[in-house]
Design a protein around this ligand. Structure first.
Ligand SMILES: *Cc1c(COP(=O)(O)O)cnc(C)c1O
Length: 392
């Protein structure tokens, strides 16, 4: 990957006609080191968040060498980069052949499930293996999350006990896991999940070997300022200690967004301005899915194509390059009022769930990815909180 000191230097050097994507290894390193130091257990990176090979390498080299994967191709990707890395197959619904391949060809022992039929499938596909570590995912409220995952996954409360007993009979170790939903804005979601696990322990008298609190740790966006991440960790520690278990389970978490969101940004070119509507060369079908479909507000910064940057700011909506109505990012995106055709915009907080969502719809696709050394537009981890973000 080509390297530049800053996004400004990059744009001034190559004057890109296509959207370009910037990755900041320094930001990934900061986030990984934070989690390694603060989380009282094992930290797994949720690969789906950003499966770029350089990102994966950077995460592994920053001390997080365990990976949460959901597909056979994610397993192959991790094993190609880090053949010895422990990889956890945490999708609760898997293809039978892929379970077989994961266990026999890639030495994967950790599998998640949320139903009896999936348990049966895992037992059969691994030929009744005796060294499995099985995680039962329970269903909990995702009320504080920006993205709800509770409808699709999780064992029903009245089925958990039976499933836990059955899994324990077949596994070397058992875990209980939950996911509070993505971009979780309140730490209390984690203590609610841990308390729920406490209830299951009381009912079944089975102490799991592992408690997996999942992902959901937030990043920062212009309209979403979470409490300090420290509060999330202390809430987890407090509720874990409140379980007062004689044999302490191992703790595990699977952050995605919180490790990589602030490391990535997209630089787009303005194709046309219609008053407060800005047409740009990337959109919902490119790296801006979260902004287009989930209405995420993202921090933005103007890089003028000649001329000055006006100090007067205004709110814009962004329109992508394809011919679909849905290719529209409502925002508001705050930028100088003299923005015009030919100018560039850096859109921040796009290290998570963006590169991986690009499609070739309508013939638009860019794969220009660069490494930059400057600070992200917004940050949870930088000590120097003076951000480059302009507030209207
Ligand atoms: C997506 C996912 C994660 C990561 O979620 P974030 O909200 O990005 O932290 C973790 N675990 C599982 C099982 C997931 O599906």
């Amino acid at each position: 990957m080509q390297k530049f000191n800053s996004v400004d230097e990059l744009v001034n050097t190559i004057r890109p006609e296509e959207p370009i994507y910037c990755i900041r290894p320094n930001s990934i390193k900061l986030a990984c080191e934070w989690f390694k130091e603060k989380f009282p257990g094992n930290v797994l990176y949720a690969v789906k968040t950003n499966p770029n090979e350089d990102v994966i390498k950077c995460i592994g080299e920053s001390g997080i060498n365990k990976f949460d994967v959901a597909s056979i191709n994610e397993i192959k990707l991790i094993k190609k980069i880090f053949p010895k890395a422990q990889t956890f197959y945490m999708n609760t619904v898997k293809n039978r052949q892929h379970i077989k391949e994961a266990y026999f060809n890639y030495n994967i022992k950790d599998f998640a499930l949320d139903s009896k039929d999936e348990l049966q499938k895992i037992i059969e596909a691994t030929n009744n293996a005796k060294d499995l570590i099985l995680y039962i995912r329970i269903s909990i409220s995702n009320e504080h999350a920006k993205i709800d995952l509770s409808q699709k996954f999780g064992t029903l409360p009245n089925e958990v006990s039976g499933l836990l007993r059955l899994a324990r009979a077949h596994a070397k170790k058992v875990g209980l896991s939950f996911h509070v939903g993505s971009q979780c804005m309140h730490p209390i979601s984690y203590s609610k999940g841990i308390r729920e696990i406490g209830n299951i322990i009381k009912k079944t008298k089975i102490i799991p070997d592992i408690i997996n609190v999942g992902g959901g740790f937030p990043s920062i966006y212009p309209d979403l300022h979470p409490q300090p991440l420290e509060n999330y960790i202390s809430e987890i520690k407090k509720s874990f200690n409140n379980l007062k278990l004689e044999k302490k389970p191992e703790l595990l978490c699977e952050p995605g967004r919180a490790l990589v969101a602030e490391s990535g940004s997209t630089v787009v070119k303005v194709l046309l301005r219609k008053k407060q509507k800005i047409h740009i060369n990337d959109g919902t079908y490119g790296s801006l899915f979260d902004a287009g479909v989930l209405n995420f507000v993202l921090p933005t910064r103007m890089l003028p194509n000649g001329g000055i940057i006006s100090k007067k700011l205004t709110s814009y909506s962004l329109y992508g390059p394809t011919c679909d109505n849905a290719d529209f990012m409502k925002g508001p995106f705050v930028l100088p009022n003299n923005l015009k055709e030919g100018d560039y915009i850096e859109i921040g907080q796009l290290g998570a769930y963006s590169l991986t969502f690009r499609t070739k719809f309508n013939g638009f696709y860019s794969d220009e990815i660069f490494e930059v050394q400057d600070k992200p537009i917004m940050s949870l981890y930088e000590k120097d909180k003076s951000s480059r973000y302009l507030v209207a």
